[in-house]
Design a protein around this ligand. Structure first.
Ligand SMILES: [Ca+2]
Ligand SMILES: [Ca+2]
Length: 137
């Protein structure tokens, strides 16, 4: 092998190693690991975080209740499967009058009415309906 070829090869390999090392230094693996761990932690925190519900406002104003009964289906005007606050107001007013006219409104499987059945006996009484009057009228 000629000496110029040998020198060329040596220079070539040395620069390859040098290039490799400089690339290795460009990526701070520790920092990358820390970053990934942090991201993972944030995702876990968000997944575990429940929607914050304020006790000062009716639940239905904060989370639209799912349509659970045939009765509620009639009030889901846009048919998206949940009762928006506007839809809930109309529905609750009807429920309020129903309670006033009868002996009470059966809650059955309704997610929307559950919160007004304070004693959880499955029926909204006139007394319990007072909250509807305050919140939906
Ligand atoms: Ca709806
Ligand atoms: Ca009750």
């Amino acid at each position: 092998m000629q000496s110029t070829t040998r020198i060329f090869l040596i220079v070539f390999f040395v620069s390859l190693i040098a290039a490799g090392q400089s690339f290795a230094n460009l990526i701070d693996w520790d920092q990358r690991d820390r970053y990934l761990k942090q991201q993972e932690k944030q995702q876990q925190q968000q997944a575990g975080k429940e929607v914050q519900i304020s006790p000062d406002l009716p639940r239905w104003m904060q989370i639209a209740p799912k349509v659970e009964t045939e009765d509620e289906k009639k009030y889901d005007v846009n048919r998206d499967g949940v009762l928006s606050p506007t839809e809930m107001k109309v529905y609750l007013r009807r429920v309020y009058y129903e309670v006033q006219d009868g002996s009470g409104k059966s809650v059955s499987t309704s997610e929307a009415l559950k919160e007004y059945d304070s004693n959880q006996d499955g029926v909204i009484t006139k007394k319990e309906a007072e909250r509807i009057r305050k919140e939906a009228f």
